[in-house]
Design a protein. Sequence first.
Length: 123
Amino acid sequence: MRRSPVLRCSKTPLMLDGLVVGGLLFGVAMAIMGKCPGTGPISIAEGRIDVFVGAIGGLVFTLYYEQFTVVMGESLGKMNLASLVEGDATVAVLIFGIALVIVSILIPKLELLDDADLKQLEK
């Protein structure tokens, strides 16, 4: 794999407990606010107070980040996606890319029906 003169990717410690807790917090916050982080600043500019409060919460959380490192668990060592596959990193990138394409194709085909939908179908 060629090295880019601009981009430098370094291996960071893998902490599974921290990934799970962080992902849950991030997902719950997105669900509560109803916005993803990319559209948050636009919503704040539109005057959405709930998103502004969520952004303040995120900033306050960063102040207390050190207290949450206990929850993150121990490090499993420094690694990245390419280090999981022996040899060429291109294989890892291709596998990951193919998995993302498959998931993006399958998600729209997933049909979730609640009780109101089922009653509409019965009529």
